[in-house]
Design a protein around this ligand. Structure first.
Ligand code: 9WN
Length: 456
């Protein structure tokens, strides 16, 4: 069934090329997303990287996750960046002297020995830990891998489900666009418009030394990112006060998928895991109640600080007067990613597949890979970062969801398109969703890692 990469020589050479990317980006204890643009360790990147690395070296894959978890804060948060002290401060912005984790993060329990950021990224880690374990259970048991990571992963989920339940309904909120991972998604335009940007002269972007300005967020976006991060830091990274708080479908779906994985880990360690599975199932219900829109056939973000609409007005949020905030009427690939959840009702998975295959995302039809944002949306731009380009991690997640729900033909086609595009672009960071033209960095770690995973 491996249509395109059936010839062993072709898949063999793609395998070697992907392995070479991960080798080049390995620093000794973790992997950088990209040597030039992102020279430190990133949280959700490391989770995806470990998922691919397990096919090359289960030991390195375990180490990747252990290094990240060693930088966990006392309150349970896993920082979105763990800084490499040997990289010059001006190589990436915002640098450790901006976040000041060891002082500003003191109350929240930031580690003393490593410098980190103070925000988080999507919780893919328990899922990654389980998949890494499965690649070599013998080595994992011999090293006590799961026993070591389990309490940290449990504390991480506890942090998200308690300290980050800013909407009060049981889901986790992100307090910064960088936390959700799709930095300049049009979903953030409305909630960000209420944030006063930091003056452009108060900081210096390093990303423009490596990436084309028209493929990156704007200076105005950056002004707002800096303002939000500064306010969070100046409040000692305490949760609750953020002017920006959004419940995102992909972030929460990954949390739920990771909760299912944590249940499996608990079972492997001798517990039953049933309470965790039950919680994941309950959270799936909450996700549907708060973020699903039956008329649109997809999930939407909830702007927790947005004005609650009158019940019964409009299609989005119609009759939901009891819920705080408002759904954000922008179609992001984030709203399709809950397809990876096992407990979704059949009518919802069918609607998600229809929406993915329809004119807004063009899966298996007008696009080569599913775009990060609505092809028909006013803000669509095929090259600007998360405002349209296709990304490999989101395609990997959708492929998993399609396969899980029996959409085998669609999953195979998406898999082949991912492998072809990764091969043709030298493992690009993101691509034009229509023609697959490379954007951003090449030799991007999660692209190589998830290519490896799809080859297996
Ligand atoms: C900010 C590392 C990260 C990814 C994000 C991606 C981009 C950072 C940036 O790079 O974000 O965290 O500087 O633009 O949007 O998803 O984790 O690859």
């Amino acid at each position: 069934h491996h249509l395109v990469y059936d010839p062993p020589s072709l898949s063999g050479s793609l395998h070697l090329r992907a392995a070479a990317v991960l080798e080049a980006n390995w620093t000794g204890a973790s992997t950088v997303p990209s040597r030039g643009l992102y020279p430190h360790q990133w949280s959700w990147d490391s989770a995806f990287i470990a998922i691919g690395l397990r096919h090359l070296s289960p030991l390195r894959a375990q180490t990747e996750l252990e290094t990240l978890l060693a930088a966990q804060w006392g309150d349970g948060r896993i920082p979105h960046i763990v800084f490499n002290p040997s990289v010059p401060l001006d190589a990436y912005f915002p640098s450790p002297d901006f976040w000041r984790s060891s002082t500003a993060g003191h109350t929240a329990g930031a580690p003393r020995t490593v410098q980190t950021s103070g925000i988080v990224q999507p919780p893919v880690h328990a899922l990654a830990a389980w998949l890494v374990h499965c690649a070599d259970p013998g080595l994992s048991r011999a090293r006590g891998f799961l026993a070591g990571v389990y309490p940290r992963l449990a504390a991480w989920h506890r942090y998200l489900l308690h300290r980050r339940d800013l909407g009060g309904g049981g889901l986790a909120s992100v307090v910064h666009p960088w936390e959700q991972g799709m930095d300049n998604s049009p979903c953030w335009d409305a909630p960000l418009s209420r944030i006063t940007p930091a003056p452009a002269r108060s900081f210096r972007r390093a990303d423009l030394d490596h990436g084309a300005a028209e493929d990156r967020p704007t200076d105005l976006d950056y002004g707002r990112y800096v303002r939000l991060a500064t306010d969070y830091r100046d409040g000692q990274y305490a949760d609750g006060a953020s002017e920006f708080a959004v419940e995102d479908p992909s972030f929460n779906a990954l949390l739920i998928a990771s909760e299912h994985a944590l249940a499996r880990i608990a079972r492997e360690l001798g517990a039953t895991g049933t309470a965790r599975h039950a919680r994941a199932e309950r959270l799936t219900g909450v996700l549907i109640e708060r973020l699903w829109d039956p008329a649109e056939g997809m999930f939407f973000c909830r702007d927790v600080r947005g004005e609650t609409p009158d019940a019964g007005r409009g299609s989005l949020d119609a009759g939901r007067g009891s819920l705080t905030g408002a759904l954000i009427p922008e179609r992001s690939v984030s709203g399709l990613i809950p397809l990876l959840l096992p407990d979704l009702p059949r009518d919802i998975t069918a609607a998600l597949v229809r929406t993915a295959s329809g004119p807004h995302f063009g899966l298996g039809d007008s696009t080569r890979l599913p775009p990060s944002y609505d092809l028909l949306g006013e803000a669509f731009d095929p090259h600007r970062y998360w405002r349209g380009p296709a990304w490999f991690n989101t395609s990997w997640l959708l492929e998993r969801g399609l396969r899980l729900h029996g959409e085998r033909t669609r999953a195979e086609a998406l898999r082949d398109a991912v492998l072809e595009t990764a091969a043709a672009t030298d493992f690009a960071e993101y691509v034009d969703p229509y023609d697959g033209e490379a954007c951003g960095a090449t030799g991007f770690s999660w692209t190589a890692a998830l290519t490896l995973d799809l080859l297996h």
